[in-house]
Design a protein around this ligand. Structure first.
Ligand code: HMG
Ligand code: MG
Length: 301
C-alpha cells in the first residue's frame, strides 16, 4: 500500500436507479442499500427528494429513508439524498437526514431541462436550500453537472465551471462533485478542466463524478487522481444515467474504481468480492447488463 486513500461515494441507489424504465420494488432498493452498507462503503447516496412528476422512479424516497433511519442513527455510514428545492429539503429534514446533495448545472440547457430554471435562478434556489440545511447542521455537498459537455449546449468552458464551483463553495457546500453528465470526457478534458479549477480551488474540495458512455470513465478517474483528486462517485454494476441527459450511460462502476485503486496500493476501504456479488445480484434483479467487467470476472471465478 502507498498509504494513500480515496473516498468513494456510492451513488448506485440514486443515480443508478433514477433512470431504470421498469418500476424497481422499494424492497429491492432497501436491500441494495443494506447490502452495500456491508462492504466497507462509508457514503451511500440513498435516493432523491425530487418531484415525482419529473422522476417517478424515486417517488418512494420517504419509505427508503425511513428504513435507513436505524443505520443513520449508528452514525458510521452516511446516507445522503439529492435535494432540488426547499420542498425536498423539508421532507428530508423530517426524516433526520444528516447530509444532502444539491445539484446545479454549469450550462443553461441542462439546467432548464433538468430542474426547469436558469442557472442564475438555480443559484438562488440552492442558496436558500443550503442556508436552511446548515441552520439544521446538515452537511451539503454540491453536484455540478455538464462540466465538460452539455446535451443541449455543447462543450463547456472550464472557466464557467470554475465560476460556478466557487459560488457553490462560497454558499457553503463542503465539496463540489464534478459531473461529466454526458460521459463524453477523455483524460485530456479532465486534465484541462482541473488545471483551471486547481488554480483557485484546493483538490480536497473537489470530487469526480464520471459517466461512462464512451468507456473512458475509469481512465478519467485515474487522470483526476493523478491531478490530486481523492474523492470519486461511482455506482455498483455501473448503473446510472440521468433521464434529462439522453443517451448518457451509467456511472463508472464502483467495482472498477476499487480494483484500480487497490491494485495501485491506494486504500478504498471496500471489500471488492462482496461488492462484485452485489453488482451481479442487482443487475440481475433489474434485468440490465452488468456494466463492470471486473464484477463479472470476479463472480465467474
Ligand atoms: P417544477 O415543475 O418547475 O416545480 O419542477 P414546481 O415547483 O412547479 O412543482 C411541480 C410539482 O412538483 C408540484 O406538484 C410540486 O408540489 C411538486 P403539483 O402541485 O403539480 O401536484 N414538487 C415536488 N414534489 C416532491 N418533492 C419535491 C418537489 N418539488 C416540487 N422536492 C423541480 C422543478 C426542480 C422540482 C423538478 O424539475 C425536479 O424535481 N427535477 C429533478 C430532476 C432530477 O432529479 N434529475 C436527476 C438528478 S440530477 C443528475 O442525475 C445529475 C448528477 O448525477 C450529476 C451528473 O451526473 O452530472 C447529480
Ligand atoms: Mg450522475
Amino acid at each position: 500500500m502507498t498509504g494513500d486513500t480515496v473516498r468513494i461515494v456510492e451513488v448506485g441507489p440514486r443515480d443508478g436507479l433514477q433512470n431504470i424504465k421498469d418500476v424497481v420494488p422499494t424492497a429491492t432498493k432497501i436491500e441494495l442499500i443494506n447490502r452495500l452498507a456491508q462492504t466497507g462503503l462509508r457514503t451511500i447516496e440513498a435516493t432523491s427528494f425530487v418531484s415525482p412528476k419529473w422522476v417517478p422512479q424515486l417517488s418512494d424516497a420517504k419509505t427508503v429513508m425511513e428504513s435507513m433511519k436505524l443505520s443513520v442513527a449508528k452514525g458510521d455510514i452516511s446516507f445522503p439524498v439529492l435535494i432540488p428545492n426547499l420542498k425536498g429539503l423539508g421532507a428530508a429534514l423530517a426524516l433526520d437526514v444528516q447530509e444532502i446533495g444539491i445539484f446545479l448545472s454549469a450550462t443553461e440547457g441542462f439546467s432548464r431541462n433538468n430542474i426547469n430554471c436558469s442557472v442564475e435562478e438555480s443559484l438562488e434556489r440552492a442558496r436558500a436550500v443550503v442556508d436552511r440545511a446548515r441552520e439544521q447542521n446538515v452537511r451539503v455537498r454540491g453536484y455540478l453537472s455538464c462540466v465538460i459537455d452539455c446535451p443541449y449546449d455543447g462543450r463547456t468552458s472550464p472557466l464557467v465551471v470554475l465560476r460556478m464551483a466557487k459560488k457553490m463553495l462560497e454558499m457553503g457546500c463542503f465539496e463540489i462533485s464534478l459531473g461529466d453528465t454526458t460521459g463524453t470526457a477523455t483524460p485530456t478534458d479532465i486534465r484541462r478542466l482541473l488545471e483551471t479549477l486547481l488554480r483557485e480551488i484546493p483538490a480536497a474540495k473537489l470530487a469526480g463524478h464520471f459517466h461512462d458512455s464512451f468507456g473512458q470513465a475509469i481512465v478519467n478517474v485515474k487522470e483526476a487522481y493523478r491531478m490530486g483528486i481523492r474523492a470519486f462517485d461511482s455506482s455498483v454494476g455501473g448503473l446510472g444515467g440521468c433521464p434529462y441527459s439522453p443517451g448518457a450511460k451509467g456511472n463508472v462502476a464502483t467495482e472498477d474504481v476499487v480494483w484500480l485503486f487497490e491494485n495501485m496500493g491506494v486504500n478504498t476501504g471496500v471489500e471488492l468480492t462482496k461488492l462484485a456479488h452485489i453488482g451481479d445480484w442487482i443487475t440481475q434483479q433489474l434485468g440490465v447488463s452488468n456494466g463492470s467487467q471486473i464484477s463479472s470476472a470476479l463472480v465467474a471465478n
